[in-house]
Design a protein around this ligand. Structure first.
Ligand SMILES: Cc1ncc(COP(=O)(O)O)c(C=O)c1O
Length: 511
């Protein structure tokens, strides 16, 4: 049998080469493009989550390493098997976590980026890719109203953007010796402030940086899950009085749990007053600042020193692509500039630009291409309209929930996340009649268990996909809608699927 990409004649002269013939390349291109095209065309007809098990997938994929190449048809068959076995984030009823569908143009951009394969370390290594990334960074800063001349860097995602931001903040606010000496003898612990809704990547970043996640003060929030400003002031004051060194406050502009936006303007005021670095985690929510009706909720955004924003979330590009934006590039340089012969730059001015001076990675894939092409293909207005539609879908879901006897809305819908729970009439009546906290807690625990089972069974049904959030001790079914394929009919179906699954479980449990 002839292996993929070779014909008999050529294989004689090319045994040791991975280069393939023009015909083989054409075949490969046509077949894979057709696979992608069919995937997109049929995505709505697939189950959102595969009807499979870990054991079945292990049997299907856990083969010995292939020592000989296989024909293209086999590979395509394997790719079909991969597609059958995956969760489809682009399905119109996928609402889990913060995962978006990929734009087709973004997917082809990734293909092109991989084919050209520049490693976007610096202008010298990848001149046009470097310029395109710098342009994309500036566009993002301008589109969300952060800075018309923003600087920044694309990252693997929000976690890496937040880690990079915290490192810059720490190096700006700590002494010049920290980089060379480490945190030994660096003085009293330096403290970070955020709400108790902040994404786990922040305490994790504090841990990675050796600051200790215990030194991230997780502060209470109001009825809308927004950081309580009084609590922020009190925590900073108290830490100062105890000899600690407050250095950074982090606001969420779109919490992962419920989409809450902290009061950015007020937080900026506190940051100024106490000389704190002000970072915004807008990994999920910041693109919504492109929607005119939502701009007011982001007032104060431009006063932040840095902001994270993930194109691979609400700009719908394929994973991976996060972004960290900042006003002042010298702060980032101070954190990252290092000397080494092999990175010495001999060029002048623009041509001396190197991303390694602004972030952690050296070799970097060409992430900017998919953002650049997505924005150029649709135009920022159409992307903003898609974001506005997602928000409208979440509001519609909230309306359906509020109009139903057996559902309860658990958080206001600020962006495109709707958190709710199933509350059957029998438990609703018991809650209303509960005499004390203990009894209410018992009923809530029962509701938590019930809703956890509902989430699991809805996911496994393959008809819709919700994830969860824990809000003030209540297990919420959480729909995060960042999906340009979702329609009102999909929301209606989701409500019916959840109700049908819930009733079945509830009958089973109350037997
Ligand atoms: C608010 C927020 N910040 C940070 C992150 C981390 O982003 P990533 O998964 O791209 O690392 C997430 C992920 O959902 C998020 O919602």
């Amino acid at each position: 049998m002839t292996s993929a990409g070779f014909n008999e004649e050529e294989s004689k002269s090319r045994r040791s080469s991975l280069d393939i013939s023009h015909d083989a390349l054409r075949d490969l291109s046509e077949q894979f493009v057709a696979l992608v095209q069919n995937y997109y065309a049929g995505i709505s007809q697939r189950p959102v989550f595969p009807h499979t098990t870990g054991e079945e997938l292990e049997r299907a994929f856990n083969e010995p390493p292939p020592l000989e190449g296989e024909p293209l048809e086999h590979l395509l068959g394997d790719c079909q098997k991969m597609i059958e076995g995956t969760r489809h984030n682009g399905h119109p009823r996928f609402f889990g976590y913060v995962a978006s569908p990929s734009t087709p143009v973004g997917a082809f951009a990734d293909l092109l980026a991989s084919a050209v394969n520049p490693s976007v370390t610096s202008w010298r290594s990848a001149p046009s890719a470097t310029q395109i990334e710098r342009t994309v960074v500036r566009w993002l800063g301008s589109l969300i109203g952060f800075d018309e001349a923003a600087h920044g860097i694309l990252t693997s995602g929000g976690s890496m953007a937040n880690l990079t931001a915290l490192l810059i903040a720490h190096r700006v606010k700590s002494g010049p010796q920290t980089a060379s000496e480490g945190l030994w003898n660096d003085g009293a612990p330096m403290t970070v402030y955020a709400s108790d809704q902040v994404h786990l990547s922040i305490p994790k970043a504090a841990d990675i940086l050796g600051l200790g996640h215990r030194h991230v003060r997780l502060l209470p929030t109001d009825d809308h899950f927004r950081l309580d400003i009084r609590a922020l002031r009190e925590a900073v004051e108290s830490d100062k009085q105890n000899g600690l060194r407050p250095f950074c406050v982090i606001a969420s502009a779109g919490t992962a749990a419920s989409g809450a936006i902290d009061p950015l303007g007020e937080i900026a005021g506190v940051a100024r007053e106490y000389d704190l670095w002000f970072h915004i985690d807008g990994a999920y929510g910041a693109p919504a600042a492109m929607v005119a009706e939502k701009r007011a909720s982001f007032a104060g955004l431009a006063m932040a020193d840095s902001i994270s924003l993930d194109p691979h979330k609400w700009l719908y590009t394929p994973v991976d692509c996060g972004c960290l934006l900042f006003h002042d590039p010298t702060a980032a340089r101070r954190a990252f500039v290092m000397e080494a012969d092999y990175i010495k730059v001999h060029e002048q001015a623009e041509e001396s630009f190197a991303f390694w001076d602004y972030g952690i990675e050296l070799s970097r894939r060409f992430r900017a291409l998919k953002v650049w092409l997505t924005l150029k293909y649709y135009g920022a207005r159409r992307v903003a309209d898609a974001i506005a539609d997602d928000i409208a879908m979440a509001e519609y879901l909230a309306e359906r929930v509020q109009a139903a006897e057996d559902f309860e809305l658990l958080a206001p819908v600020e962006l495109s996340i709707c958190c709710f729970r199933y509350r059957p009439p029998r438990l609703r009546a018991r809650l209303a009649a509960a005499k004390d906290h203990e009894e209410r807690d018992r009923i809530n625990s029962e509701l938590n268990r019930l809703n956890e089972r509902i989430m699991h069974d809805v996911q496994r049904s393959g008809r819709a996909y919700l994830s969860n959030a824990m809000l003030r001790g209540k297990f919420a079914l959480r729909a995060c809608i960042i999906n340009f394929r979702t329609t009102r009919a999909d929301i209606d179906i989701t409500v019916e699927v959840v109700r049908a699954v819930a009733r079945e479980i509830d009958i089973d449990e109350s037997r």
